[in-house]
Design a protein around this ligand. Structure first.
Ligand code: ADP
Ligand code: MG
Length: 211
Protein backbone atom coordinates (compact mmCIF):
# COMPACT_ATOMS: atom_id res chain seq x y z
CA UNK A 1 0.00 0.00 0.00
CA UNK A 2 1.53 3.27 -1.17
CA UNK A 3 0.69 6.96 -0.72
CA UNK A 4 -1.88 6.77 -3.51
CA UNK A 5 -3.67 3.93 -1.70
CA UNK A 6 -3.87 6.01 1.48
CA UNK A 7 -5.14 9.06 -0.45
CA UNK A 8 -7.81 6.81 -1.97
CA UNK A 9 -8.76 5.63 1.55
CA UNK A 10 -9.16 9.20 2.76
CA UNK A 11 -11.20 10.13 -0.35
CA UNK A 12 -13.45 7.13 0.30
CA UNK A 13 -13.90 8.20 3.94
CA UNK A 14 -14.84 11.72 2.79
CA UNK A 15 -17.44 10.29 0.39
CA UNK A 16 -18.93 7.85 2.91
CA UNK A 17 -19.04 10.41 5.71
CA UNK A 18 -20.81 12.83 3.37
CA UNK A 19 -23.30 10.12 2.33
CA UNK A 20 -23.91 9.10 5.97
CA UNK A 21 -23.81 12.64 7.37
CA UNK A 22 -27.47 12.77 8.34
CA UNK A 23 -27.43 9.26 9.80
CA UNK A 24 -24.42 10.10 12.01
CA UNK A 25 -26.02 13.36 13.07
CA UNK A 26 -29.24 11.52 13.93
CA UNK A 27 -27.34 9.11 16.15
CA UNK A 28 -25.74 12.11 17.86
CA UNK A 29 -29.12 13.81 18.28
CA UNK A 30 -30.27 10.89 20.48
CA UNK A 31 -27.40 11.04 23.00
CA UNK A 32 -25.37 14.13 22.08
CA UNK A 33 -25.72 17.48 20.36
CA UNK A 34 -26.61 16.42 16.81
CA UNK A 35 -23.39 17.51 15.13
CA UNK A 36 -21.30 14.36 14.59
CA UNK A 37 -22.12 13.95 10.90
CA UNK A 38 -21.70 17.67 10.31
CA UNK A 39 -18.36 17.69 12.16
CA UNK A 40 -16.94 14.78 10.18
CA UNK A 41 -18.28 15.89 6.80
CA UNK A 42 -16.73 19.34 7.32
CA UNK A 43 -13.51 17.82 8.62
CA UNK A 44 -12.94 15.34 5.81
CA UNK A 45 -13.92 17.86 3.17
CA UNK A 46 -11.20 20.14 4.59
CA UNK A 47 -8.82 17.16 4.52
CA UNK A 48 -9.60 16.55 0.85
CA UNK A 49 -8.85 20.19 0.08
CA UNK A 50 -5.59 20.04 2.04
CA UNK A 51 -4.48 16.84 0.28
CA UNK A 52 -5.28 18.36 -3.12
CA UNK A 53 -3.09 21.37 -2.32
CA UNK A 54 -0.07 19.57 -0.85
CA UNK A 55 2.57 17.10 -1.88
CA UNK A 56 2.13 13.86 0.11
CA UNK A 57 4.66 11.39 -1.28
CA UNK A 58 4.44 8.78 1.50
CA UNK A 59 1.63 7.01 3.38
CA UNK A 60 2.81 8.69 6.58
CA UNK A 61 2.62 12.16 5.03
CA UNK A 62 -0.95 11.50 3.84
CA UNK A 63 -2.08 10.45 7.32
CA UNK A 64 -0.16 13.25 9.06
CA UNK A 65 -1.86 15.94 6.97
CA UNK A 66 -5.21 14.19 7.49
CA UNK A 67 -4.78 14.18 11.27
CA UNK A 68 -3.51 17.75 11.52
CA UNK A 69 -6.36 19.04 9.37
CA UNK A 70 -8.99 17.21 11.43
CA UNK A 71 -7.55 18.66 14.64
CA UNK A 72 -7.60 22.20 13.27
CA UNK A 73 -10.97 22.05 11.46
CA UNK A 74 -13.30 19.96 13.63
CA UNK A 75 -14.72 21.63 16.71
CA UNK A 76 -16.28 18.59 18.42
CA UNK A 77 -14.55 15.96 20.54
CA UNK A 78 -14.21 13.70 17.51
CA UNK A 79 -11.85 16.09 15.65
CA UNK A 80 -8.95 15.91 18.09
CA UNK A 81 -9.63 12.19 18.71
CA UNK A 82 -9.61 11.15 15.04
CA UNK A 83 -6.89 13.71 14.34
CA UNK A 84 -4.68 12.13 16.98
CA UNK A 85 -5.48 8.66 15.63
CA UNK A 86 -4.30 9.58 12.12
CA UNK A 87 -1.25 11.42 13.43
CA UNK A 88 -0.21 8.48 15.62
CA UNK A 89 -0.65 6.11 12.69
CA UNK A 90 1.45 8.47 10.55
CA UNK A 91 4.27 8.53 13.11
CA UNK A 92 4.31 4.75 13.20
CA UNK A 93 4.60 4.55 9.40
CA UNK A 94 7.46 7.08 9.34
CA UNK A 95 8.67 7.89 5.83
CA UNK A 96 8.37 4.39 4.37
CA UNK A 97 7.10 4.52 0.76
CA UNK A 98 5.11 1.26 1.09
CA UNK A 99 3.17 -0.31 3.96
CA UNK A 100 2.47 -4.03 4.33
CA UNK A 101 -0.22 -5.65 6.49
CA UNK A 102 2.09 -5.85 9.51
CA UNK A 103 2.86 -2.14 9.16
CA UNK A 104 -0.83 -1.33 8.86
CA UNK A 105 -1.60 -3.38 11.98
CA UNK A 106 1.09 -1.48 13.89
CA UNK A 107 -0.26 1.87 12.64
CA UNK A 108 -3.86 1.01 13.59
CA UNK A 109 -2.72 -0.16 17.02
CA UNK A 110 -0.92 3.14 17.58
CA UNK A 111 -4.02 5.04 16.39
CA UNK A 112 -6.19 3.20 18.91
CA UNK A 113 -3.70 3.86 21.71
CA UNK A 114 -3.71 7.56 20.79
CA UNK A 115 -7.49 7.77 21.02
CA UNK A 116 -7.59 5.92 24.34
CA UNK A 117 -4.92 8.15 25.82
CA UNK A 118 -6.34 11.47 24.64
CA UNK A 119 -9.92 10.53 25.54
CA UNK A 120 -8.91 8.78 28.78
CA UNK A 121 -11.29 6.11 27.52
CA UNK A 122 -11.25 2.35 27.69
CA UNK A 123 -13.44 -0.42 26.31
CA UNK A 124 -17.07 -0.55 27.52
CA UNK A 125 -17.56 3.21 27.96
CA UNK A 126 -19.68 3.65 24.82
CA UNK A 127 -17.26 5.53 22.58
CA UNK A 128 -15.44 5.06 19.29
CA UNK A 129 -12.99 2.90 21.27
CA UNK A 130 -15.66 0.19 21.38
CA UNK A 131 -15.58 -0.16 17.58
CA UNK A 132 -11.87 0.56 17.07
CA UNK A 133 -10.48 -1.70 19.77
CA UNK A 134 -12.07 -5.04 18.78
CA UNK A 135 -11.40 -4.20 15.12
CA UNK A 136 -7.69 -3.54 15.67
CA UNK A 137 -7.35 -6.64 17.85
CA UNK A 138 -9.08 -8.86 15.25
CA UNK A 139 -7.05 -7.39 12.39
CA UNK A 140 -3.73 -7.77 14.23
CA UNK A 141 -4.58 -11.37 15.17
CA UNK A 142 -5.52 -12.22 11.57
CA UNK A 143 -2.31 -10.66 10.24
CA UNK A 144 -0.22 -12.49 12.85
CA UNK A 145 -1.91 -15.73 11.71
CA UNK A 146 -0.78 -15.06 8.15
CA UNK A 147 -4.16 -14.02 6.74
CA UNK A 148 -4.16 -12.24 3.38
CA UNK A 149 -5.54 -8.71 2.98
CA UNK A 150 -9.18 -9.62 2.16
CA UNK A 151 -9.45 -11.99 5.13
CA UNK A 152 -7.70 -9.64 7.59
CA UNK A 153 -9.77 -6.65 6.44
CA UNK A 154 -12.99 -8.66 6.73
CA UNK A 155 -12.01 -9.49 10.31
CA UNK A 156 -11.38 -5.77 10.86
CA UNK A 157 -14.78 -4.59 9.61
CA UNK A 158 -16.78 -7.49 11.11
CA UNK A 159 -15.34 -6.73 14.54
CA UNK A 160 -15.94 -2.98 14.09
CA UNK A 161 -19.58 -3.59 13.14
CA UNK A 162 -20.15 -5.88 16.12
CA UNK A 163 -18.37 -3.43 18.40
CA UNK A 164 -20.47 -0.50 17.19
CA UNK A 165 -23.67 -2.51 17.62
CA UNK A 166 -22.59 -3.53 21.13
CA UNK A 167 -22.50 0.15 22.18
CA UNK A 168 -26.32 0.21 22.02
CA UNK A 169 -26.60 -1.61 25.33
CA UNK A 170 -23.80 0.34 27.01
CA UNK A 171 -24.14 3.31 29.33
CA UNK A 172 -21.92 6.21 28.25
CA UNK A 173 -19.06 6.97 30.64
CA UNK A 174 -17.15 9.45 28.45
CA UNK A 175 -18.02 12.49 26.37
CA UNK A 176 -21.28 14.37 26.08
CA UNK A 177 -23.46 11.23 26.13
CA UNK A 178 -22.25 10.46 29.67
CA UNK A 179 -24.29 13.45 30.95
CA UNK A 180 -27.40 11.37 30.18
CA UNK A 181 -26.39 8.59 32.55
CA UNK A 182 -28.66 5.54 32.20
CA UNK A 183 -30.71 7.35 29.53
CA UNK A 184 -27.78 6.88 27.15
CA UNK A 185 -28.58 3.15 27.01
CA UNK A 186 -30.51 1.97 23.94
CA UNK A 187 -28.72 4.12 21.32
CA UNK A 188 -25.70 3.36 19.14
CA UNK A 189 -22.72 5.62 19.85
CA UNK A 190 -22.18 7.97 16.88
CA UNK A 191 -18.38 7.81 17.11
CA UNK A 192 -18.44 4.01 17.15
CA UNK A 193 -20.66 4.12 14.06
CA UNK A 194 -18.30 6.51 12.23
CA UNK A 195 -15.27 4.42 13.21
CA UNK A 196 -16.90 1.41 11.58
CA UNK A 197 -17.51 3.51 8.43
CA UNK A 198 -13.87 4.63 8.34
CA UNK A 199 -12.66 1.02 8.56
CA UNK A 200 -15.17 -0.12 5.93
CA UNK A 201 -13.73 2.53 3.63
CA UNK A 202 -10.29 0.97 4.10
CA UNK A 203 -11.58 -2.49 3.22
CA UNK A 204 -13.53 -1.22 0.20
CA UNK A 205 -10.55 0.66 -1.24
CA UNK A 206 -8.31 -2.39 -0.79
CA UNK A 207 -10.91 -4.62 -2.48
CA UNK A 208 -11.21 -2.19 -5.39
CA UNK A 209 -7.44 -1.97 -5.90
CA UNK A 210 -7.06 -5.76 -5.81
CA UNK A 211 -9.34 -6.13 -8.80
P1 ADP B 1 -19.02 16.33 20.52
O1 ADP B 1 -19.32 15.23 21.49
O2 ADP B 1 -18.04 17.31 21.05
O3 ADP B 1 -20.26 16.97 19.97
P2 ADP B 1 -18.85 14.68 18.16
O4 ADP B 1 -20.34 14.67 18.20
O5 ADP B 1 -18.23 15.01 16.85
O6 ADP B 1 -18.25 15.62 19.28
O7 ADP B 1 -18.31 13.24 18.56
C1 ADP B 1 -18.91 12.47 19.56
C2 ADP B 1 -18.22 11.12 19.64
O8 ADP B 1 -16.89 11.27 20.12
C3 ADP B 1 -18.88 10.16 20.62
O9 ADP B 1 -19.93 9.44 19.99
C4 ADP B 1 -17.74 9.26 21.05
O10 ADP B 1 -17.61 8.13 20.22
C5 ADP B 1 -16.52 10.13 20.87
N1 ADP B 1 -15.98 10.56 22.15
C6 ADP B 1 -16.40 11.61 22.91
N2 ADP B 1 -15.63 11.70 24.02
C7 ADP B 1 -14.73 10.68 23.96
C8 ADP B 1 -13.64 10.25 24.80
N3 ADP B 1 -13.33 10.88 25.94
N4 ADP B 1 -12.94 9.17 24.40
C9 ADP B 1 -13.21 8.54 23.24
N5 ADP B 1 -14.20 8.91 22.41
C10 ADP B 1 -14.96 9.95 22.77
MG1 MG C 1 -21.74 15.91 18.98
Amino acid sequence: MDAEFFRAWIAEIAAVVEAQRDHLTQLDSAIGDADHGINLARGFSAVQAALAAADTPTPGSVLLLTGSTLISKVGGASGPLYGTAFRRAAKTLGDKPEVDLQGLAAALTAALEGVKKLGAATEGEKTMVDALSPAVVAFSAAVADGADAPVALAALTDAADTGARDTIEMQARKGRASYLGPRSVGHEDPGAASSALILHALRDVAARQAR
